[in-house]
Design a protein around this ligand. Structure first.
Ligand code: SAM
Ligand code: ZN
Length: 179
């Protein structure tokens, strides 16, 4: 496997075994860097920072990219900040230590790319993502089948071809916003 930042990936695995939490590093991190580069994503929003593994993947080949990343767990964000500094990416990253639902309703800028890796994707968040993502922007949603093997209302909405063009692999949907 062509895994980026293998040291950080391993640190996340180690962290989980002591913190007993759900901070799984995103298993398909290698798709994030080419995706972010392909659309020259300047403004990126991430929900579910964890220890910041996916944040690094999103920025790896995108020196002009800036990320706003949200996580409700202060321990995770503090550790992520150390990891980003060690890898020299901290200047590109803004963090919020809050529930994503609360932060999303206060944001007003338009994003080129949104990466959701909180726990279960919820319809109320998708409605926020629709507002915050620019037309032709990309939404990457993980954990699609965590609660519902069919992906529930969230996936059903992403399969509405009037609004989204969506491809699915593993537990992830990659969607372009059409309108
Ligand atoms: C699977 S981990 C993220 C892993 C990270 N994307 C990576 O690849 O390293 C999920 C994270 O989402 C956070 N989270 C879950 N639900 C949340 C919510 N409603 N608001 C903010 N953070 C949330 C958890 O605290 C956890 O750190
Ligand atoms: Zn943890």
């Amino acid at each position: 496997m062509n895994q980026p930042f293998p040291d950080v990936f391993q640190e996340c695995i180690k962290h989980r075994s002591s913190h007993l939490c759900g901070a799984y590093p995103y298993a398909s991190g290698e798709i994030l860097s080419p995706l972010s580069k392909a659309i020259s994503a300047r403004k990126i929003l991430e929900v579910g920072t964890g220890l910041g593994y996916s944040t690094l993947c999103l920025l790896e080949s995108n020196p002009l990219g800036e990320i706003v990343t949200i996580d409700q767990d202060a321990t995770h964000v503090a550790t992520a900040k150390k990891i980003w500094e060690q890898h020299g990416y901290e200047k590109q990253i803004t963090t919020y230590v809050e529930k994503a639902e609360d932060v999303l309703s206060r944001l007003s800028e338009q994003f080129d790319l949104i990466f959701f890796d909180g726990y279960v994707p919820q319809m109320k968040m998708l409605l926020q993502f629709e507002k915050l993502l620019r037309k032709d922007g990309i939404l990457v949603t993980t954990n699609l089948f965590l609660r519902d093997e069919k992906g529930g209302k969230y996936l059903k909405a992403l399969l509405d071809r009037k609004k989204w063009e969506t491809g699915i692999f593993s537990d992830t949907a990659i969607s372009t916003k059409l309108i």
